[in-house]
Design a protein around this ligand. Structure first.
Ligand code: HEM
Length: 338
């Protein structure tokens, strides 16, 4: 009896010890997973030179298509805001349920360029470099190619394999949002009002379709009126090109220097020549207006804007990233997931 109770208590201890070990192992794994972070030159050992390879592949493409840099900058933003920077915007769905099928992504472009670059990277380093990292590098190269800052990107992201339309619909800020609304969308991603102001200046390059701002021209308050914040001459020019039959045509987001990454965006906003209501809104708020005004009126602050933009892009590039053993590295970015 005594021996049987001894043996049963020792087996209990053994089981407890095993349980303790299991808990410890889980803790180590969990903490290890949480600690895995992005870093500079993550591919130094596993795919040396990958950043140069990506840049060179893109430069050839940019030379062919001057509109591509803006597309790739936007693509990275739309990927990061919807469920994290994990390339799930690239995934396709037969049923129209993936992120790229969402309305806010209707005019997003650049998917093929990322796929082409990924194919080149796969030739040198199979199953090593994530699509999400290539997208972050591409956004940086796009900024730098258009004469913006040459910031370093962190790498080590892994790709997700679930892409939900709702994530994009819920997370991407609306073009008619005021500063309070926009701030909410950025705060949800742990980005500050300053990040929002600075990152909005990505609109220093690229275009918007007339349909994205036509309410400012024709039906601002629902009474067939125009947005009074628009410079009248600018509004007249826009009305001439964005006629109801031409809603699919595009206009440049920055009226000063639409293909150069500079402070021209702030000048456009400051002079009431912002195309989108979300950009114009930055001049109406007591926190964001001083930054816009400073950058628009004092050329000597341009390097400070470049520095701010680099910092905010780094922060945006960290949104809900998958690292360590989370996620996957796949050969093709744009596979069908249903
Ligand atoms: C503040 C919130 C933002 C709103 C409401 C917004 C909205 C928009 C809209 C409506 C367009 C034009 C879509 C079209 O008509 O085709 C656009 C274009 C663009 N957006 Fe944003 N955006 C925001 C922030 C950002 C950020 C943070 C970035 C990047 C860091 C970015 C990068 C771009 C670029 C580069 C384009 C031009 C794309 C092209 O030419 O293909 N945007 N954005």
């Amino acid at each position: 009896m005594a021996s049987s109770s001894l043996s049963s208590s020792s087996s209990l201890f053994r089981r407890l010890a095993v349980l303790q070990l299991a808990v410890a192992a889980t803790l180590i794994l969990t903490l290890g997973g949480a600690q895995a972070q992005l870093q500079y030159d993550y591919y130094n050992e596993t795919c040396p030179g990958v950043e140069d390879l990506v840049r060179e592949a893109l430069l050839a493409k940019f030379a062919d298509d001057m509109t591509l840099p803006a597309s790739l900058l936007r693509l990275h933003f739309h990927d990061c805001f919807a469920a994290g920077c994990d390339a799930t915007i690239m995934l396709k769905s037969h049923n129209g349920t993936a992120q790229r099928d969402a309305d806010p992504n209707a005019t997003v472009r650049g998917y093929e360029a990322i796929e082409d670059v990924k194919a080149k990277v796969e030739e040198s380093c199979p199953l090593t470099v994530s699509c999400a990292d290539i997208m972050a590098m591409a956004a940086r190269d796009a900024v730098n190619f258009t004469r913006g800052p040459a910031y370093q990107v962190e790498t080590g992201r892994r790709d997700g394999n679930v892409s939900r339309k709702e994530d994009a619909e819920r997370s991407l800020p609306p073009a008619d949002g005021n500063v309070t609304v926009l701030t909410g969308y950025f705060a949800a991603q742990n980005l500050s009002m300053k990040d929002m102001t600075v990152l909005s200046a990505a609109h220093t390059i690229g275009v918007a379709h007339c349909s994205s701002f036509s309410n400012r021209l024709y039906n601002y308050t629902g009474a067939g009126d125009q947005d009074p914040a628009l410079d009248p001459e600018y509004a007249k020019n826009l009305t001439a090109v964005c006629t109801p039959e031409h809603m699919a045509s595009v206009q440049t987001l920055d009226q000063v220097s639409p293909t150069t990454f500079d402070t021209g965006y702030f000048q456009s906003v400051y002079n009431h020549r912002a195309l989108l209501a979300s950009d114009a809104a930055l001049l109406e708020d007591s926190f964001t207006a001083p930054y816009v005004t400073l950058m628009a009126t004092n050329a000597s602050y341009a390097p400070a804007f470049f520095q701010d933009f680099s910092v905010s892009m780094l922060k945006m590039g960290r949104i809900a990233v998958r690292t360590g053993t989370d996620g996957e590295i796949r050969a093709t970015c744009a596979i069908y997931v249903d």
